[in-house]
Design a protein around this ligand. Structure first.
Ligand SMILES: Cc1cc2nc3c(=O)[nH]c(=O)nc-3n(C[C@H](O)[C@H](O)[C@H](O)COP(=O)(O)O)c2cc1C
Length: 179
């Protein structure tokens, strides 16, 4: 499902391959974006579970992007935002921080009060990354709509199921107009 991050003439096709977006349409469907960073794959598995949960809801388009490939347009495009990051040195991953830094001016105040969910993958803690992301998103006035998921160590069946549920909750709330 994930792209290789390379641009070029096939990038539109690659983009569609990593989403379930239709080629055409008037975008009446609600849109969920999942933005994540992962170095050794654990956060990627959690992000995939978020995406599968969101895709389980009818009438929802889902886009999943690595933080280094994501842009402000992804945030502006989405009705609901899911973020997933490892905890690195008591903070979010540098790549997710870079994403926030790169998109800050372009996004401005245009996000309104969009709903978001957050997943952290950590060795043994995760709270430092949680606080750091929450502080930024509070500044952007985004609304958390599910408890933060902290997965410690290898993702378990339970943590993957929780991510699936959180992705489905975000998507269903957007589709039903609750959020
Ligand atoms: C440079 C680095 C710093 C880390 N710092 C922390 C930390 O502060 N707290 C923690 O609980 N785990 C820490 N970890 C462990 C990762 O958060 C954990 O292995 C995570 O599941 C990795 O996710 P990934 O497989 O998606 O890269 C660190 C790992 C690395 C590589």
């Amino acid at each position: 499902m994930l792209g290789n991050g390379k641009g070029g003439k096939d990038s539109k096709k690659n983009h569609r391959q990593q989403t379930n977006e239709p080629k055409r349409g008037f975008h009446l469907m609600k849109r969920i974006v999942i933005i994540f960073h992962s170095q050794t794959g654990k956060t990627a598995r959690l992000a995939e579970a978020l995406a599968e949960g969101a895709q389980s809801i009818e009438g929802v388009q889902v886009r999943i992007k690595r933080a280094q490939e994501a842009t402000a347009e992804d945030l502006l495009w989405a009705d609901g935002i899911a973020l997933a990051t490892p905890e690195n040195f008591g903070y979010m991953s540098g790549m997710l921080k870079d994403f926030f830094d790169r998109t800050f001016y372009a996004v401005g105040e245009s996000l309104g009060r969009k709903p978001y969910v957050l997943v952290i993958s950590a060795g043994n803690d995760g709270t430092g990354a949680q606080k750091a992301v929450e502080r930024i998103l509070l500044g952007w006035r985004l609304r958390p709509v599910a408890d933060v998921v902290i997965s410690r160590g290898e993702p378990t069946e339970e943590s993957l199921a929780t991510c699936f549920e959180v992705g489905a909750t975000l998507a269903a709330g957007c589709a039903l107009g609750i959020f």
